[in-house]
Design a binder for this molecule. Structure first.
Ligand SMILES: [Zn+2]
Length: 460
């Protein structure tokens, strides 16, 4: 039984899918005009992990996971104008980067990745319905959602009206009947990307994109809607209002799941504050994607995560220990695509932890505990494999220990011959030469380990 915290009811409840054969999950995806930072990577990794858990518990084909791509937006238009290119040049470039960066973090592609520019007809149809129902109105080429027309508006963020208006820095515009009303459609000037609509040439607002895509690809009510905490208001509040009013009051999602912020010391990591670090930069510094993934999972998803060098170093240290364990039990042979040993059974403690509102820190601790008992020389049974399978369920331990310790751009033959040279020197009691070779290799990022079976090497 999976229990999840639902932001709407503010409680942790049993996750009972509407249809266990077709569980539906939607997560708000990237606006593709710049490189994703670690704060953007957190929801991608968190909901990837939740998707893996659901598939493990309900079956490999039980889940339809959709994550959209916002490829029409004022920031995209501004970037395109600054570079003097078509917006599609910007959006294709940054979508490609997004998929590369998330792929490096072990994030599997969602089942459906709808693009806003491909879904305009569905958005227009939804806006027309909202106008018909009296929940939206046209004014000066814009279509606005009428917030006072929806008595339940504010149900997710639980803010009162004045706080909402103040908190959202809502734009006061002459075409708005109420300051809280938000844009469903806006006009595009000549030379700006736009589509023909009943209200003239224009483009959609951001919020309506998700409501229309969810309806078209997943249905009126979905099981899980996810995203970062910062999307609760106004984005998710507006999605709820649009979808509920378009669907005669049916709820948009059974569970609203939100991940916490990533902060850099004391401030939230955000592009507007200029304190971002990207997975691309961290990978270029030599960190492994798997290390970054573990670091992102090291805090519970609803808690804030402080992104520090220490968090990365701890994640690396954990994986060194885990891969060392795999190395000892499999003699370096544990290729990525080999079937799971022990019928894929996962350490029960890992499933229990993940089923308790995706408690990844506890799941990681369960795996580490098995590995620690191995290090203490306790004789283990099948839980060796269960621990490895638990790590793999989390998208970790996906390489071979050989690749983890010795993979990369190394001339293996040269290293082996220098190790042999050093062994000869030691036999001849020429310790100065032996030490020199060890220090030279260390300077190249290679650490030697002398053991009873001879000398082995690994990346530093
Ligand atoms: Zn959305």
């Amino acid at each position: 039984m999976i229990r999840l915290h639902d932001t709407l009811t503010r409680e942790k409840r049993e996750f009972v899918p509407l249809n266990p054969q077709r569980i539906t999950m939607y997560v708000c995806g990237p606006t593709v005009y710049g490189r994703a930072h670690i704060g953007n990577a957190r929801p991608a990794v968190v909901f990837d992990t939740l998707a893996r858990l659901i598939r493990h518990e309900f079956g490999p084909n039980s889940l339809v996971y959709a994550r959209n791509v916002t490829d029409v937006d004022d920031k995209i238009i501004a970037s395109a104008e600054a570079e003097g290119v078509d917006p599609s040049v910007i959006t294709e470039r940054y979508e490609r980067h997004y998929l590369e960066d998330m792929g490096a973090l072990g994030v599997q592609a969602p089942d459906i990745a709808p693009h806003a520019t491909q879904e305009i007809a569905a958005m227009i149809a939804m806006i027309e319905r909202l106008i018909e129902h009296g929940n939206a109105y046209e004014a000066q080429g814009h279509v606005l959602f009428s917030v006072p027309s929806d008595p339940d508006y504010g149900v997710l963020s639980k803010r009162d009206r004045d706080a909402m208006i103040a908190g959202a820095r809502v734009e006061v515009a002459p075409y708005k009947r109420d300051p809280a009303d938000f844009v469903l459609w806006k006009p595009s000037n000549e030379g700006v990307i736009g589509w023909d609509s009943p209200w003239g040439r224009g483009r959609p607002g951001w919020h309506v994109e998700c409501s229309a895509m969810i309806e078209r690809h997943l249905g009126d009510t979905i099981d899980i809607h996810g995203g970062g905490l910062d999307l609760i208001f106004p984005h998710h509040e507006n999605e709820i209002a649009q979808s509920r009013c378009a669907h005669s009051g049916l709820p948009l999602a059974s569970f609203w799941v939100h991940n916490g912020f990533v902060d850099m010391g004391s401030e939230k990591m955000s592009k507007s504050l200029g304190n971002i670090i990207t997975p691309a930069e961290l990978l270029a510094q030599g960190h492994r994607g798997e290390t970054l993934r573990l670091a992102l999972l090291s805090a519970h998803y609803r808690q804030p995560l402080s992104w520090t060098d220490e968090v990365i170093a701890q994640a690396k240290n954990t994986l060194d220990r885990w891969y060392g364990f795999v190395d000892r039990f499999t003699r370096g042979r544990f290729p990525e695509h080999e079937p799971f040993p022990n019928h894929g059974r996962v350490l029960p403690g890992v499933i229990e932890a993940l089923s308790d509102d995706l408690n990844t820190p506890r799941a990681l601790a369960e795996i580490s505990a098995v590995i620690a008992s191995d290090e203490e020389g306790v004789r283990l049974g099948s839980n060796i494999w269960e621990a490895v399978n638990g790590a793999r369920l989390l998208g970790l331990l996906t390489s071979s220990s050989e690749e983890w310790f010795r993979g990369g751009d190394f001339d293996r033959t040269a290293i082996e011959s220098r190790i042999a040279e050093r062994s000869d020197a030691k036999k001849n009691r020429d310790f100065a030469t032996a030490d020199r070779i060890r220090d030279e290799l260390k300077a190249e990022g290679i650490v030697l380990e002398d053991g009873p079976g001879g000398t082995t090497w690994r990346r530093e």
